[in-house]
Every structure is written in structure tokens, then in C-alpha cells.
Design a protein around this ligand. Structure first.
Ligand code: TXD
Length: 319
């Protein structure tokens, strides 16, 4: 039977998600947005490309939550994106209100779906989504680590002149400024990044520059675009998570997942490697961190906790 993916938010990322899902024939697509015309217009436009691309799935645009009934996967991008100069955290108040409505729509219409949240500020919004919806924590997950890792891999591949497929990497922690690239878990042509630094194949300064550029990856694009923020790479990252779930691929992917003691963290969403298969988040992979990675991870966790405290001030129900 054809699977169903509902996309809540039909903006830049939502539209790109719909197109990628269609091209891969991953599932039928429902595009939901409060801006009804945008959802319907994009669904129709993509559907009309099937004559050229040859895909055979249904696409529907809507502003009615009943249309998301019985979704296998729901991907949320509803919210306002960053404007130049804004931090992800500036988005908190508005996006919390939006996510509450979305959570209620999902709870009522499609409580068995695997839900992937993309809306920023990611770690706190995904936590709020899980609390507001009451869905099990293994079925609510956030997308950020795949994107941060992909950006890191891209910059490394350009610097080291190595095809990106020959690079394996992992970025841990919160999305953006507090992410933690893992040097011992970054493998370039069978060598760890730590070894490559020792062998002077890449200088510490170059690596520092790449890490900073990765952390600021979204900001750099936002500045160039002037309006809106990155959407191609974020959408590709969301699709990888949906595909691993729908096809039970059990891929190991860095995602914002609910920690209940893992990494010494309780009752918080943070970016860690997880296995995604037919049961959702099937396992959290606990890596050995060296002291510097541990320190950076703790800074990252503190940033998420601080922002969560601000969220709780806005809505005490998040306690
Ligand atoms: O790594 C990551 N997680 C991210 C996250 C990478 C890039 C961008 N990231 C965030 O995704 C960004 O900061 C935003 O919070 C979301 C969505 O980004 P996008 O670029 O797609 O934003 P758009 O184009 O403004 O689209 C948002 C849509 C828009 O069409 C609104 O009408 C709609 O959300 N919207 C709603 N839909 C449903 N329900 C409600 N309440 C609603 N409010 C706005």
C-alpha cells in the first residue's frame, strides 16, 4: 500500500520536501499550510511535473487537518524562519504558539505517525511538540544533526579534495552555534580527522575555520538569500530520516532525540546518533567522548536547557 507523508508548512522547506518525496516516489504527499493557496498551488505545480519526471504518487494541498489522517510520517516546518541578524532563539515565542496548534492537529488526526520536526529553535521546539502532542518519545524526533554533518562534510571534502562519499562524519549536540563536530568519528579515506591533524594533512587553523563556517552554515546562506533561510539541504536531510523509517533501513543518523539518561542527560532533546527504523527511534548510540568533546557536549546541553527555561517562562505548561 502506498505510504502517506504529510508536510505541515508548505513554505520553502515544505515545498522542497514535497518535490523530493515525489521524485523518489516515497509516498503520497499532503501539503498543509495555514496559507491554503500556497499549499494547493505547490501541490498542483509539483503534480504537473509528473508528466516530465514520470513519478506516480498523489499530491494534495490543504488547510484542513483532517486531510493528514493516517499519515505514516509527518514533517513539520511550520513557523517563521530567521531574518538576517536574528538568532534561531529569537524565533522561540512565535514558533512555540504555532507548534502547539500543530501538535493538537497531529494528536487528533494522526497520533500513530512518525513525526519529524524541522522548525527552529529545533531542540526546544521538538521537545514542546512531544509534550503538547503526548506522542511517544521514540516517534517524535528533530532534524538538525544530519544537516550540520552534511555541511561539515561538504567543507571538508572541498578542503581535502576528497569526494564527499569518502567522508563519514558526525556532529553532536544542539543545532547551530553549540554543535560539536566529532574529530575521532570523522573518517576521511579510512583516517580519523584527529590522525590527519597529527599528520599535518589539515592544519588546526583550517579546521577551526571549517568548524566555524559549519556552525554558521545557516547564517551564511540567510545573509546571501536576504529573504528566508536555507531549504535545499534541510529538506534533503528530512527526507533521509523519513526514508529510513518507511523502509526500515535502520540507518545511523544524528538527530535531536529524547534523552532519558543517555550521555548523562535526562528529560531533554539533544543531537545524538540514533538508529531510525520501523519503530521510529529504535536506539540511541552512546559514543565514548574524549574530554574536549564531553566538555563541548555539556556546553551544548546547557544552551538547550537555558532556552528550554525561556520556553517554560513563555508557557509554564511545558514543565
Ligand atoms: O536544521 C534545521 N532544523 C533548520 C530549520 C534548517 C533551516 C530552517 N529551519 C527552520 O525551518 C526555520 O527556521 C523555520 O522555523 C522552519 C521552516 O523554514 P522555511 O524556510 O520552510 O520557512 P517558510 O518558507 O517561511 O515556511 C514556513 C511555512 C509558511 O508557509 C507559513 O505559512 C507556515 O509555515 N505556517 C504554518 N503552517 C501551518 N500551521 C501554522 N500555524 C503555520 N504558521 C505558519
Amino acid at each position: 500500500m502506498t505510504k502517506k507523508i504529510s508536510l505541515i508548512g508548505a513554505g520553502q522547506i515544505g515545498g522542497t520536501l514535497a518535490h523530493l518525496i515525489a521524485l523518489k516516489e516515497l509516498a503520497d504527499v499532503v501539503l498543509f499550510d495555514v496559507a491554503e493557496g500556497v499549499a494547493k498551488g505547490k501541490a498542483l505545480d509539483i503534480a504537473q511535473s509528473s508528466g516530465v519526471s514520470g513519478f506516480n504518487i498523489d499530491l494534495k494541498g490543504t488547510n484542513n487537518y483532517e486531510d493528514i489522517k493516517n499519515s505514516d510520517v509527518i514533517i513539520i516546518t511550520a513557523g517563521i524562519p530567521r531574518k538576517p541578524g536574528m538568532t534561531r532563539d529569537d524565533l522561540l515565542g512565535t514558533n512555540l504558539k504555532i507548534i502547539k496548534q500543530v501538535a493538537e492537529g497531529i494528536k487528533k488526526n494522526s497520533p500513530n505517525a512518525f513525526v519529524i520536526c524541522i522548525t527552529n529553535p529545533l531542540d526546544v521546539i521538538v521537545m514542546a511538540l512531544q509534550k503538547y502532542s503526548g506522542l511517544p518519545t521514540n516517534k517524535v524526533v528533530g532534524m538538525a544533526g544530519i544537516l550540520d554533518t552534511s555541511r561539515f562534510k561538504y567543507f571538508l571534502s572541498k578542503e581535502m579534495k576528497v569526494p564527499i562519499k569518502h567522508i563519514k562524519s558526525l556532529v553532536l549536540g544542539g543545532h547551530g552555534d553549540s554543535m560539536v563536530p566529532m574529530q575521532n568519528h570523522t573518517i576521511i579515506n579510512n583516517n580519523t580527522l584527529s590522525d590527519l591533524i597529527k599528520e599535518k594533512k589539515i592544519s588546526k587553523d583550517k579546521l577551526k575555520f571549517i568548524i566555524e563556517r559549519t556552525k554558521n552554515g545557516g547564517g551564511e546562506i540567510g545573509k546571501l538569500l536576504e529573504k528566508g533561510s536555507a531549504f535545499y539541504a534541510p529538506a534533503a536531510s528530512g527526507v533521509q530520516m523519513a526514508e529510513s523509517y518507511l523502509k526500515d533501513k535502520k540507518e545511523e543518523l544524528p538527530c535531536a532525540a529524547y534523552l532519558n539518561g543517555e550521555y548523562g542527560v535526562k528529560n531533554l532533546y539533544a543531537g545524538v546518533p540514533v538508529i531510525i527504523g520501523k519503530s521510529g527511534v529504535e536506539k540511541i548510540i552512546e559514543l565514548d567522548l574524549n574530554s574536549e568533546e564531553q566538555k563541548n557536549f555539556e556546553v551544548s546541553i546547557k544552551a538547550v536547557r537555558d532556552l528550554l527555561a525561556s520556553a517554560k517562562k513563555i508557557d509554564p505548561k511545558l514543565e
